[in-house]
Design a protein around this ligand. Structure first.
Ligand code: PEP
Ligand code: MN
Length: 328
């Protein structure tokens, strides 16, 4: 529900009236600077008519969906001057699963920039299933990643894994990644959003599309200037691939709702031999970009080696994305 406060009215007085009716009004400002209160629909006995008669209330409307801000902000997201989303050429985001050293990320960045990759990825803080697995080099890896990206005029996308590292990640990244395991971590979503940078929101591996969009709504409500959704595969009964790439979700968000969606076929499949065909499929259903893992020497990777594209495959992928640019 959206309650618009009249220009001359006192928003605090209206807020108190709403709280007195058992509502939980969240203040917000629209593009024209008007104060709005956003309320979860039908959480109390008050009717729309009751609320309309409150002094100082200009209008009351019921949002058609639980994520009105996401629905309102369709189209491309600006990430440090690069437009990602409907109406713009698809982008490539690539790099190793983990940032392993300054030399490793520099060598990846050089190779990828020469292929026209605009975003350098690489985890500094790694969400690993096993506590014994490599956890990432943390803060120093952010510096290595950012230095390498700047040297090759690339943008940085990397994950903030907890509230305690959001400030560091926001200092070095252009696009803040929220990982699949954290899509439901609402405290983290609020904190990442408040950093004021665009966010790449990975779909939770067992999240419905509505839950994913509502997580996007958290980001929007708490200050993220743009949200790019990233489909990275969901859990299925089948163990032949790491996850199941949900291309219906990609088509729904991009073609029907005009939202920016990037596809990550690396985590979706877990196998490098499936990544090129699925990248083609992702672009065919409207993806605004593809995010992949690649490594100079996949056999030595500290994480996710089996899904890292080889240098030759990366060349092929760049050609696929390049030809999709010219055909759109
Ligand atoms: C990643 O992109 O580094 C990653 C850990 O992905 P996900 O959160 O999708 O598993
Ligand atoms: Mn990985």
């Amino acid at each position: 529900m959206i309650i618009v406060v009249a220009k001359q009215a006192d928003p605090e007085q209206i807020r108190q009236e709403l709280v007195g009716r058992g509502l939980w009004p969240l203040p917000h400002r629209d593009a024209e600077g008007r104060v709005l209160f956003l309320i979860e629909p039908f959480s109390c006995d008050s009717t729309i008519h009751d609320l309309m008669t409150l002094p100082g209330v200009e209008s009351v409307s019921v949002a058609a969906t639980p994520h009105p801000l996401v629905d309102q902000h369709t189209g491309a997201v600006d990430v440090s001057g690069i437009q990602v989303g409907p109406g713009h050429p698809p982008v490539l985001m690539a790099g190793p699963c983990s940032v392993e050293s300054a030399e490793q990320i520099e060598s990846s960045a050089r190779r990828l920039a020469s292929l026209g990759v605009l975003f350098l990825r690489g985890g500094a803080f790694k969400p690993r299933t096993s506590p014994y697995a490599f956890q990432g080099f943390g803060k120093q890896a952010l510096r290595w990643l950012s230095d390498a990206a700047r040297r090759h005029q690339m943008r940085v996308v990397t994950e903030a894994m907890s509230e305690s590292n959001v400030a560091d990640v926001a200092e070095w990244a252009d696009l803040l990644q929220v990982g699949s395991r954290n899509m439901h971590n609402f405290a983290l979503l609020k904190c990442v959003a408040a950093a004021g940078k665009p966010v790449l929101l990975k779909r939770g591996m067992a999240a419905s599309i509505e839950e994913w969009l509502s997580a996007g709504e958290y980001l929007r409500l708490h200050g993220a200037p743009g949200v790019i959704f990233c489909e990275r595969g969901i859990r299925s009964f089948d163990t032949a691939t790491r996850n199941l790439l949900d291309l219906s979700a990609v088509a729904l968000l991009s073609e029907v709702h005009s939202l920016p969606v990037v596809v990550d076929p690396s985590h979706a499949t877990g196998r490098r031999d499936l990544i090129l065909p699925l990248s083609r499929a992702a672009l065919a259903v409207g993806a605004a970009g593809v995010m992949v893992e690649t490594h100079d020497e996949p056999g030595t990777a500290l994480s996710d080696g089996p899904q890292a594209l080889t240098t030759e495959q990366m060349h092929e992928l760049a050609a696929i994305v390049g030809s999709s640019c010219s055909s759109r």
